[in-house]
Design a protein around this ligand. Structure first.
Ligand SMILES: Nc1ncnc2c1ncn2[C@@H]1O[C@H](COP(=O)(O)OP(=O)(O)OP(=O)(O)O)[C@@H](O)[C@H]1O
Ligand SMILES: [Mg+2]
Length: 243
């Protein structure tokens, strides 16, 4: 199996608070790895580190065969084209229409002509159930639509790695299913993903393997059955007991 993302002995503290003691795991080509853990366990910080928004105190981080932790901002631009970070709130540009939100990265980072950009944006919107909404502004959209626009925008450059930070938080079951279906479609196209969530059914429907972060380490990793067998604490955590 080909490793696409690797955390190796990653450590990170903020002031006197140690969040990650020693985190090591691999994500393989084409898989979706679920990342679970209590609130404050450090899941979002891990994702932010993968796109160079945080620097490790110790350890190495590999993306598509390149070690990124000491890269300059300039070098990170290329990594950020390959790795899409789907922010929890969508992080849309409020002053731009839905169309321009999607077109923005294509205009900035590709040499596509405006009519090619148009085709790409319109196709993506249709694929995400958003056809006909291109002239609307983010403030005119429901929460579920904003999340879908955010997801569509994050993957417009066809990244090889997608990082989802709680993409279904706050959504109704119908919109949760739509997001999960989109994640599965991206997986079928070959994307490698990390899916941070507190939504166990969503994690089990989309992920091949699950990693559990606890006390600054990967406490368990494997298929659902494997991690439930590894530790009674994990089984209880997954079943929603207070831990
Ligand atoms: N820039 C920062 N400065 C100081 N502390 C930070 C910073 N970023 C994160 N932290 C701290 O690191 C810890 C982990 O934060 P993180 O956002 O990764 O948690 P999480 O696992 O994503 O939690 P949740 O499930 O609630 O989103 C928290 O205690 C948080 O306060
Ligand atoms: Mg978080």
């Amino acid at each position: 199996m080909e490793t696409v993302v690797r955390f190796q002995n990653f450590a990170k503290s903020f002031g006197t608070k140690t969040v990650h003691e020693d985190v090591s795991f691999d994500v393989y080509r084409g898989e979706c790895l679920g990342l679970l853990g209590g609130s404050g366990a450090g899941k979002s910080v891990l994702l932010r580190t993968l796109v160079g928004l945080e620097k490790p105190d110790r350890g190495q981080i590999w993306v598509e065969g390149e070690e990124i932790s000491k890269m300059s901002e300039r070098q990170l631009i290329n990594i950020r084209k390959k790795v899409a970070y789907v922010f929890q709130n969508g992080a849309l540009f409020d002053s731009m229409s839905v169309y321009d939100n999607l077109a923005y990265a294509l205009r900035e980072h590709t040499k596509l002509a405006e009519d090619q950009i148009h085709d790409r944006v319109i196709n993506r919107l249709a694929e995400f159930g958003l056809a006909g909404n291109e002239r609307l502004f983010p403030s005119n959209l429901s929460g579920g639509m904003q999340k879908r626009v955010g997801l569509a925008r994050s993957i417009i450059l066809e990244p090889s790695v997608v990082l989802y930070d709680e993409p279904t938080a706050g959504l109704d079951p119908y919109n949760t299913k739509r997001i999960c279906d989109m994640m599965l479609r991206l997986k079928q196209k070959g994307a490698t993903a990390i899916f941070v969530t507190h939504d166990m059914p969503a994690a089990f429907s989309v992920c091949d393997r699950i990693a559990v972060l606890k006390h600054g380490r990967i406490h368990a990793i494997g298929t659902r059955d494997e991690i439930e067998q590894q530790d009674r604490w994990v089984a209880r955590f997954i079943q929603g007991e207070e831990i």
